[in-house]
Each structure stands twice: as structure tokens, then as C-alpha cells.
Design a binder for this molecule. Structure first.
Ligand SMILES: *Cc1c(COP(=O)(O)O)cnc(C)c1O
Length: 458
């Protein structure tokens, strides 16, 4: 593995060498600080940052969080020393060119033959842009999304003043296509949002079944693959037991969102939206009296709702993809390890005396609950919450999990024998997005079994 320290020195030297080509200059005294001053502030700062969870460690098997790859850090920090703004070519031609290249790489990953797209600050903004274009395309019709889709869709429908419609899901958390068709028949829907990897369970909506329906009813299809998008690298080949039809169908959808800051090894501040039809650029048309002077080409700011964006994000992703390209053996190998860990853990859980699998994982998110006596929603809820707390507060051998609130009907659809004595129940959820989860799986399973035993008083 590369050493970050020497590479950061090289980053500073690189930018300094470039700066020197522009002649000497002196920094203004108003900006001066002393080493002693910084040392004192940094000591406080370091202490403050210790109030964190160890996202980097295999002990952390909770939310969708992990540090960026060192290569992304080097790319980001190097470009940040220059601080280009990818709003317009005036703000940094080099990183704007990198952005176009990585966006083309993402489009190729999904099999899109044509595209218009750009990076965004987040999956939220990327989805907002897709829904904005959806509204402009079908101004009088609503937007449908599944009950298990990310809450951002309902919220952004509010922001955009579009009617949002929630579609029921099946017993695996995937959009119910028959229910969707019922809704499409009303003529109220202009766009359907399908999720490739729901945030809670990692479920894949049946994109391949919904797409022909949407075509029949003249409805746009947007795919929210903010979390799951990079699984295209495996899914399109049917690798690691991931069925290919939904992944292959994405190439025929109207837009897709993916978050390089989730599974693309990037620091936060990197989402992406891609449109299949470049003509949607017309919905972004605006005039800026401040920018767009250096070229007649379309500037990135002319095809995005955000203005300033970090050129460093594009730089970090560009550098990362030189080393871990968007192939099955490149970045795909990172996702495959987490996926294998999830599949094997599901088997271990199914054979466990203390744990119950909530549902088989479709990607790398594992959901489970402790076997309680009595087996009721209330008992499951209490014991799951206790597992979270016990796990992370253990001073000797902690394990960091997360919980997911399931509603009673969803729970009963999977486990009808559990007593329905509450409206919902929290269960345990683990996102195995670090490849090291595969190496440490036996430890994780043993530890989770132990705390389940403690939490249920067994
Ligand atoms: C994370 C996520 C979002 C929101 O993206 P942010 O980058 O957190 O803003 C939207 N949809 C899905 C499916 C997600 O997993």
C-alpha cells in the first residue's frame, strides 16, 4: 500500500513547482500565522476529531461510511491547493476536462450510448436535477417512487411543486410492478423513479420489468443508483450472484444518479447525474453575466443547477480511476469482496442459534435481528436497539452496527410467525462496504452473536 505522508509532500512540491513558473510573490502579512499558534489550535483540533466512529476499521459495520482511498485524498488535496471551480472553464480548465472524462467513464459503466452529465455535490442534488428535468419534461404530471426509495424523492417533489406518489413494495423491498401499472393507468404520472440499491436494504427495483411499462405509458424513467450504481461493474456480468437484467436495463432509462462518495472511494462532495438524451441541456439554459468567457463550448455550469463546485472532486475521482478503473477487476474487485462477505454472513446468520436473517442481501447490506423470547416485534425492537448500544460502548472489543426501522407489515411479510404487537420494529443493519469486511467476517459474526446473546438475556 502507498504511504500517504511522502505523497502529500510530493503534492505540495508539485503545486509549488507550478506556482513558481508564475514568478515570485509574497503572501500578505494579514494572512500570517505562527507555527506555535497553529500547533496549539491543531492540538485542540486533533482532540476534537477523536470524537468519531472508526469508519476505517472492520469493527465499523454500521452505516454507509468509510474513508476515501489514499489516491483520492492525494488527488483532492493536490487540486485543492490550486482550488479550481468547475462551474465554468474560467474556473479551471484542467479539472473541467477531468470531470468530462470521469463522467464519460460513469456513462460507459452503465452502458449509456449517449449522455449529458456532470458531477454534483451529493446524491441529493443529483436526484434533484433528475427530478427537475422530469418536471420540465412533463410539467403537468407527477412522480412515482417506491415506499422504500430514499426520502429525498418525496421531499424534492415538495421543493419542485410536483405531486409525489408512493408505490408499494414486495416482500423483498422492491417496487411492486403491478401497483406501478395501476398508478400509470391513471395518467397522473410523468416519471417513475426506480432504485438500484435501496438505502435501507440494498434492494434492486425491477428496472427491467418497469421499463417496458413506462415506455407503454409514455413515462420517463429515472434510476436512483446513488448507493448501488457501482455494482453495475458486477451486475452487468451477473457476477457474485447479482442478476443482470435490472443492471442491463439502466442503459435504456432516461437518467441515472450515482454517488462516487459512497462506493467510488471518494471523499464527501461527489455525486453524479447522467441523462441519456443530451438535448435535456435545454432545460438548464441560462445566462451569466459573470462567467463563460473563456470558450464557446458548453461550460459545466451551463448544464448544472449548482454554481460553484470543487474541481478537486473531479481531480480526486480522475486520479482514482487511473488506478482502480471502472472494470470488474478494478473498482469491481473492491465491491465484490463486500458482496461475498454479505452472502457468506447471510449463510452464517441463517445457521445461527442467536440470530435471524431479515432478508437475503441483494448487494452488500445485511439485515438481521436477534432471536428473542417471546418472538414479538416489541422484543425484537428492544433487543436490536440494545445490540447497537452494547456493541459500540464495549470498551474491550466494540462493534459498530446500525439499526433500521421496519414497519410491522413489512416485517410480517418476511417473518409471519413473529407476534405483531407494535407498529414497527428496529432491526440490525450492517453495510459491508469495506473489502476488509470479508477478511474479518468470522470475527464480526462471532461478536454480533455474542452481543445478541447479551441483549436477549440468553
Ligand atoms: C445516499 C442516497 C441518496 C442521497 O445521497 P447523498 O449523497 O447522501 O445526498 C439518495 N438515494 C439513495 C438511494 C441513497 O442511497
Amino acid at each position: 500500500m502507498i504511504e500517504l505522508g511522502p505523497w502529500l509532500e510530493r503534492a505540495v512540491a508539485e503545486v509549488q513547482a507550478w506556482a513558481e513558473t508564475h514568478g515570485e510573490y509574497a503572501m500578505h502579512p494579514s494572512l500570517a500565522v505562527t507555527d506555535e499558534g497553529l500547533a496549539a489550535a491543531f492540538e485542540l483540533f486533533g482532540a476534537r476529531l477523536r470524537d468519531n466512529y472508526p469508519f476505517f476499521h472492520p469493527r465499523y459495520a454500521g452505516q454507509m461510511l468509510k474513508p476515501p482511498h489514499p489516491v483520492a485524498v492525494i488527488g483532492y488535496l493536490t487540486a485543492m491547493l490550486i482550488n479550481p471551480n468547475n462551474h465554468a472553464l474560467d474556473g479551471g480548465p484542467a479539472t473541467a476536462a477531468m470531470e468530462r472524462e470521469v463522467v464519460a467513464d460513469l456513462a460507459a459503466m452503465f452502458g449509456l450510448e449517449t449522455h449529458l452529465g456532470h458531477l454534483t455535490t451529493s446524491g441529493t442534488i443529483a436526484n434533484l436535477e433528475a427530478l427537475y428535468v422530469a418536471r420540465q419534461s412533463h410539467p403537468d404530471r407527477g412522480i412515482a417512487y417506491s415506499m422504500d426509495s430514499h426520502y429525498t424523492h418525496a421531499r424534492m417533489c415538495g421543493v419542485l411543486g410536483v405531486e409525489g406518489h408512493s408505490v408499494p413494495v414486495d416482500a423483498r423491498g422492491r417496487m411492486d410492478v403491478d401497483a406501478l401499472e395501476g398508478l400509470l393507468r391513471t395518467g397522473k404520472i410523468g416519471t417513475v423513479v426506480l432504485t438500484a440499491g435501496t438505502t435501507g436494504l440494498g434492494a434492486i427495483d425491477p428496472i427491467d420489468d418497469a421499463l417496458p411499462l413506462a415506455e407503454r405509458y409514455g413515462v420517463r424513467v429515472h434510476v436512483d443508483a446513488a448507493y448501488g450504481g457501482f455494482f453495475s461493474l458486477l451486475g452487468r456480468d451477473g457476477a457474485e450472484g447479482i442478476p443482470s437484467p435490472p443492471w442491463l436495463a439502466i442503459a435504456r432509462c432516461d437518467s441515472v444518479v450515482v454517488d462516487p462518495h459512497k462506493h467510488g472511494l471518494q471523499p464527501y462532495g461527489c455525486g453524479a447525474v447522467l441523462f441519456r438524451d443530451p438535448a435535456v441541456g435545454r432545460f438548464y439554459v441560462h445566462d451569466s453575466p459573470y462567467t463563460y468567457f473563456t470558450s464557446d463550448e458548453l461550460h459545466l455550469g451551463e448544464i448544472s443547477l449548482e454554481c460553484s463546485r470543487a474541481g478537486a472532486s473531479a481531480a480526486a475521482l480522475w486520479l482514482t480511476l487511473r488506478l482502480l478503473p471502472l472494470t470488474r477487476d478494478g473498482l469491481g474487485a473492491v465491491l465484490a469482496a463486500g458482496r461475498r462477505a454479505a452472502v457468506r454472513w447471510a449463510d452464517l446468520i441463517s445457521a445461527s442459534e442467536w440470530l435471524e436473517l431479515y432478508q437475503p442481501p441483494e448487494l452488500d447490506i445485511v439485515t438481521l435481528y436477534p432471536r428473542t423470547r417471546p418472538a414479538s416485534l416489541t422484543a425484537v425492537d428492544t433487543a436490536s436497539a440494545l445490540m447497537l448500544e452494547r456493541g459500540m460502548n464495549d470498551t474491550v472489543d466494540p462493534v459498530f452496527l446500525s439499526v433500521l426501522r421496519t414497519d410491522a407489515s413489512a416485517f410480517m411479510a418476511r417473518h409471519p410467525s413473529v407476534v405483531r404487537d407494535a407498529k414497527n420494529a428496529r432491526i440490525v443493519r450492517s453495510v459491508l462496504m469495506k473489502p476488509e469486511s470479508e477478511t474479518y467476517l468470522d470475527w464480526l459474526h462471532r461478536r454480533v452473536e455474542e452481543i445478541a446473546r447479551e441483549a436477549t438475556g440468553a
